[in-house]
Design a protein around this ligand. Structure first.
Ligand code: ZN
Ligand code: ZN
Length: 306
């Protein structure tokens, strides 16, 4: 089981200063369920003896009660104590309950109970970790960890460069070529007369509206859905699903793994948030018409208006 825990990267979404707390929390869940009792959980008597009951192998002579090592602890009424450490590590690694129940083989009901214990113990023993964790789980706090932030800035600078760079090196003859379009990174080489785009061969080659990319990326990183972004950007959500795939592919191609995983994690958190709010009766406005349609409809409407 400890091998399983070592394979789970539960540090990946946590800022570095919380790694030690996370290690201690996982250790606590790994070892605490196997600790021997030091006193009777009912009366506090430290001089108890062994009993005859297999399930409750300790006997307190003072209060005349049998108990087990788990009586009065958060681990009572649970089986598979060897899975507690993996449960905690999996949750900290950003996996949802459903995924955790699949990966370590516990029922949804069992995970629900463990979730309660996991949160209670984290809150009482590691309040700073709990605060950070809870705020990011519930998306009350959308700040990135320093590592993710650096990768986010790196990608934003690349987009900025694509939008503004006035010249580029010709891939055919290496001459300095000039930009021919303000809205696309398209260049023309006057030396060999060839045209080229800096987006050729990248996942963004068929993605338009470059001016919206920075805002789209901000939303993507904080887990916003295609519908959320569609409302803000005025691009159809169908198109934004494609954008999402393309941008995640760019992250992968550029080796921005922390950013990629973070975006996926926050997306799953936003999904849970919307599901919960919808269940509570919150209605989300349907996105307006896309920019493309607006432009078309304006052209059609003009004769009637005059
Ligand atoms: Zn007792
Ligand atoms: Zn050239």
């Amino acid at each position: 089981m400890t091998q399983l825990i070592q394979d789970i990267n539960y540090h990946r979404f946590l800022p570095e200063e919380l790694h030690q707390d996370a290690d201690n929390l996982v250790d606590y869940f790994t070892y605490a369920p196997f600790e021997q009792p030091t006193a009777c959980p009912y009366c506090g008597n430290p001089h108890f003896t062994g009993g005859r009951d297999d399930k409750k192998p300790y006997w307190c002579g003072r209060c005349q009660r049998a108990f087990s090592a788990h009586t009065g602890t958060p681990f009572a009424n649970c089986r598979h104590h060897e899975l507690w450490g993996a449960y905690a590590a999996s949750r900290l690694s950003g996996l949802s309950w459903k995924k955790v129940s699949e990966s370590i083989g516990l029922s949804t009901g069992a995970c629900k109970y463990r979730e309660k214990v996991f949160n209670q113990e984290m809150e009482s023993q590691f309040p700073v970790l709990f605060q950070w964790w809870h705020a990011h789980q519930e998306r009350h706090d959308l700040t990135l960890t320093p590592e993710v932030d650096v990768q986010h800035q790196q990608l934003q600078s690349w987009l900025e460069q694509l939008r503004t760079q006035p010249t580029a090196t010709c891939p055919q003859c290496a001459a300095v070529s000039v930009r021919v379009k303000e809205t696309r990174p398209d260049f023309r080489c006057h030396h060999c007369q060839s045209s080229f785009s800096l987006l050729a061969g990248t996942p963004l080659v068929k993605t338009w509206y470059m001016e919206l990319w920075p805002e789209f990326l901000n939303g993507l990183v904080t887990g916003e859905s295609a519908w959320d972004l569609s409302r803000r950007l005025g691009v159809t959500n169908k198109r934004l699903y494609q954008w999402r795939r393309s941008f995640l592919q760019v992250m992968e191609d550029k080796g921005l793994d922390a950013l990629l995983e973070w975006s996926r994690w926050q997306r799953s958190r936003r999904y849970s948030q919307v599901t919960k709010l919808t269940r509570e009766g919150v209605e989300f406005p349907v996105p307006g018409r896309s920019r493309m349609n607006r432009r078309k409809s304006r052209k059609v409407q003009q004769p009637e208006d005059q």
